[in-house]
Design a binder for this molecule. Structure first.
Ligand code: PGA
Length: 254
C-alpha cells in the first residue's frame, strides 16, 4: 500500500484508563508496534495520563495527543486545559469537535472553530472531527452536514497543518462501520470541500482519517481507499494487542 500522504493512526481512549492502566498498555504495546514504519501512531489518553505517557514516549516514535483543548492559553476558565499546557506536556496533536463533545457536551461549531484556531496558534495539529448522524444520513443530508461542519469549523482560519477525521456518528462505538464505499465517497467529498475552501495543493496534502468501529479486521479495507490516510480508533484502541494489529494493518509479518 503506497500512500502519497504519510498515514496516521490515532487511538482515542475517551474516558478510559487510569495512569497505571495507561502505563501497562504502553508496556505491552511498544514491543508489538516496534516494527511499524511509515505510519504516524498517535495515542490520545485522558488528560490525567498525558504526563506519564509523555515521559515514556520521549525515546519512542509514538506521538502524544489530547482529546480536547480550551481556546485560551491561560485565565479564569475553571476546569479547562490550554493549548500551551498540552504543548508543555509534549502533545503534538489534539482531537477537536469529536461527536461525543458535539452531542453530549453540546459543543457547537463556533466553539470548535475557536479551539482549532487556538491549537493552530500553539503548533498543535488539530484532528478535526466531522460526521453526520443516522437521521441526517437517512434524509440524504450527509454531505450538507459535513460541508457545514467544515466551513464553520475552519471559518477565518488560514491553511496549515490539519488532520480531518470523518466519523459518521452512527458508526461510533456501535460495531457498525461505514462501508468502505461510503467512507470513500465522504472522504473524497471532504477533500473537494477543502480544495474549495482553500486550494487544491494544500487539500491534497491534508490527511483525512476514517473513524467509527475500526477494528483489526477492517482497517486494511479502509486504508486501501484513495482519500483515507488513516484511522481514529476508539474501542479497539483500548487493548494493546488489538491496536497493534491495527497499526500493523493486520499484517502479522514484521
Ligand atoms: P469507535 O470510536 O472506534 O469505538 O467506534 C471512534 C471514535 O469515537 O473516535
Amino acid at each position: 500500500m503506497f500512500k502519497f500522504r504519510k498515514p496516521l493512526i490515532a487511538a482515542n481512549w475517551k474516558m478510559h484508563k487510569t495512569v497505571t492502566e495507561s502505563l501497562s498498555f504502553v508496556k505491552e504495546f511498544l514491543p508489538l508496534a516496534a516494527g511499524v514504519r511509515d505510519i504516524d501512531i498517535v495515542i490520545c489518553p485522558p488528560f490525567t495520563a498525558l504526563l506519564a505517557l509523555s515521559m515514556v514516549f520521549e525515546n519512542s516514535p509514538i506521538k502524544l495527543g489530547a482529546q480536547d483543548v480550551f481556546w485560551a492559553n491561560q485565565g479564569a476558565y475553571t476546569g479547562e486545559i490550554s493549548p500551551l499546557m498540552l504543548q508543555d506536556l509534549g502533545c503534538q496533536y489534539v482531537i477537536i469537535g469529536h461527536s461525543e463533545r458535539r452531542h453530549i457536551i453540546e459543543e457547537n461549531d463556533l466553539i470548535i472553530n475557536r479551539k482549532i484556531s487556538a491549537a493552530k496558534q500553539t503548533n498543535l495539529t488539530p484532528i478535526f472531527c466531522v460526521g453526520e448522524t443516522l437521521p441526517e444520513r437517512e434524509k440524504g443530508l450527509a454531505r450538507e452536514i459535513v460541508q457545514q461542519q467544515l466551513e464553520k469549523g475552519l471559518q477565518d482560519l488560514t491553511a496549515g497543518e490539519l488532520v480531518v477525521a470523518y466519523e459518521p456518528v452512527w458508526a461510533i462505538g456501535t460495531g457498525i462501520n461505514a462501508s468502505p464505499a461510503d467512507a470513500r465517497e465522504m472522504t473524497g467529498f471532504i477533500r473537494e470541500q477543502l480544495a474549495i475552501l482553500y486550494d487544491r495543493t494544500w487539500a491534497e496534502g491534508v490527511r483525512i482519517l476514517y473513524g467509527g468501529s475500526v477494528k483489526p479486521d477492517n482497517i486494511a479495507q479502509f486504508m486501501n481507499e484513495p482519500d483515507i490516510d488513516g484511522a481514529l480508533v476508539g474501542g479497539a484502541s483500548l487493548k494493546a494487542a488489538d491496536f497493534a494489529r491495527i497499526v500493523r494493518l493486520n499484517d502479522n509479518g514484521s
